[in-house]
Design a protein around this ligand. Structure first.
Ligand code: GLN
Length: 403
């Protein structure tokens, strides 16, 4: 064996260390989360990571406090407190008209992040492929690698982020185990319509595959867009694993309470993975989640209305700063085209923005398999309060002046 003689003791120790996981070497840390750290480091206005900077509803915070005071401080049932599962089921019935059995079709996880990975690990075998629309929320790449699936990417084409049905059909085959869908979509703001969901359904049936549908932005809809759960499409109820969470709807991204809804045999597999990975999500926050899911219809109407105002505010700010914006119909992100600024690529521009202008955004390449495909894009989030928009607008004036 070769002994490296470098001056740094730590370097020689690293050289002789056991080899790390080959899977882990195939992906980097999250760029979205990194941008938040850079925003803090440079004192920039953070329009990168999608977390609200305004308070969560008082009722929900109080419910969490009450639960802790009532000593709901030990493990909940590993697949989720009954109260919460009952409300998740009631909510899915109310919003999408789909009946699910809370006893055997729901697994509460540590955020939708864990729900997605547990679901992937529950269904993937070596050699399996997963179809992923691209641009994609960056977690889906590592999720595929960690679970052992080979991703097959299918492009969503701007400006409407439509897919070519032939390209989608070509991505399916005998090795396909699942398609990963995210509607309303991060980062594009696309809301998949019935015809698109039916095209996906046809391929799932033809190739006998699952679909994992991340619907965490279900209540953020604009311009008359309607959210349709993939599970409501004929033939998809028992093939779809629906992922959702408290995080976005109730502005509690740090609580880490999410869930997966799936047919009983699939749920049994997800529960096994979940049990040995995390045991369970925070018990008092699950109690608060049961209260959150009973918020009246007016809560969701107000949420959507307020997000519409925020969307239009950020569209205005970015537009006057010289960005070309793709207007989102759902979720809380704006994809932009940055070609006009003449930077070599999205990463160079994002670095310049965070360090010199004082605004953090996510480089488009984080959402593509090949960085070159995202080099003309930058993603901004608008789950922020007015004073944050005001500060961003003031800083972006500098950009305008320089371009
Ligand atoms: N979904 C959020 C985003 O895209 C981030 C979620 C996370 O960082 N876990 O910004």
């Amino acid at each position: 064996m070769e002994l490296k003689t470098t001056p740094a003791a730590s370097a020689s120790a690293a050289a002789s260390s056991p080899k790390l996981s080959g899977k882990v070497e195939r992906f980097t840390e999250s760029v979205i989360r990194e941008m938040t750290r850079l925003a803090i480091q440079y004192g920039a206005v953070n329009l990168s990571q999608g977390f609200p900077d305004f308070p969560a509803p008082a009722e929900i915070k109080n419910a969490a406090k009450v639960a802790i005071d009532a000593d709901i401080n030990q493990y909940a049932i590993t697949w989720g407190a009954k109260k919460l599962r009952d409300q998740i089921a009631a909510n899915f019935q109310r919003t999408q008209g789909v009946f699910v059995d809370p006893e055997c079709e729901i697994t509460v996880c540590c955020g939708s992040t864990e729900a997605m990975l547990s679901a992937m690990m529950a269904i993937i075998n070596p050699g399996d492929e997963a179809v992923v629309f691209e641009p994609f929320y960056e977690n889906y790449g590592p999720d595929a690698i960690l679970s052992g699936a080979t991703p097959r990417f299918v492009k969503l084409h701007p400006p409407e982020w439509t897919f070519d049905p032939n390209e989608l059909a070509a991505a399916f085959g005998p090795a396909t185990k699942a398609i990963i869908l995210n509607t309303p979509n991060n980062p594009t703001g696309k809301v998949f319509d019935r015809a698109e969901l039916e095209a996906i359904r046809d391929l799932c049936l033809r190739w006998n595959t699952f679909a994992i549908s991340d619907e965490i932005y279900e209540h953020m809809l604009y311009d008359g867009a309607r959210h349709l759960s993939l599970a409501t499409i004929d033939g998809m109820r028992d093939r779809t694993i629906t992922i959702n969470a408290l995080s976005k709807t109730y502005s509690v991204t740090g609580w880490r309470v999410g869930w997966a809804i799936a047919a009983p045999e699939v749920t049994a597999a997800i529960r096994k993975v979940h049990d040995f990975v995390t045991v369970g999500a925070a018990a008092p926050l699950q109690e608060a989640g049961a209260v959150a899911l009973q918020m009246p219809a007016s809560y969701y109407e107000t949420l959507a209305r307020e997000y519409l105002v925020r969307r239009d505010r950020l569209l205005g700010i970015l537009g006057s700063a010289g960005f070309r914006c793709f207007k989102p119909r759902g979720a809380y992100y704006i994809m932009t085209d940055i070609s006009a600024f003449g930077f070599p690529d999205d990463v160079a521009f994002a670095q310049y923005l965070v360090k010199e202008i004082g605004v953090a955004a996510v480089p488009g390449s984080s959402f593509y398999r090949h960085p070159a495909d995202g080099r003309t894009h930058l993603r901004f989030t608008f789950c922020k309060k007015e004073s944050t928009f005001q500060a961003a607008a003031e800083r972006l004036v500098k950009l305008r002046a320089q371009s």
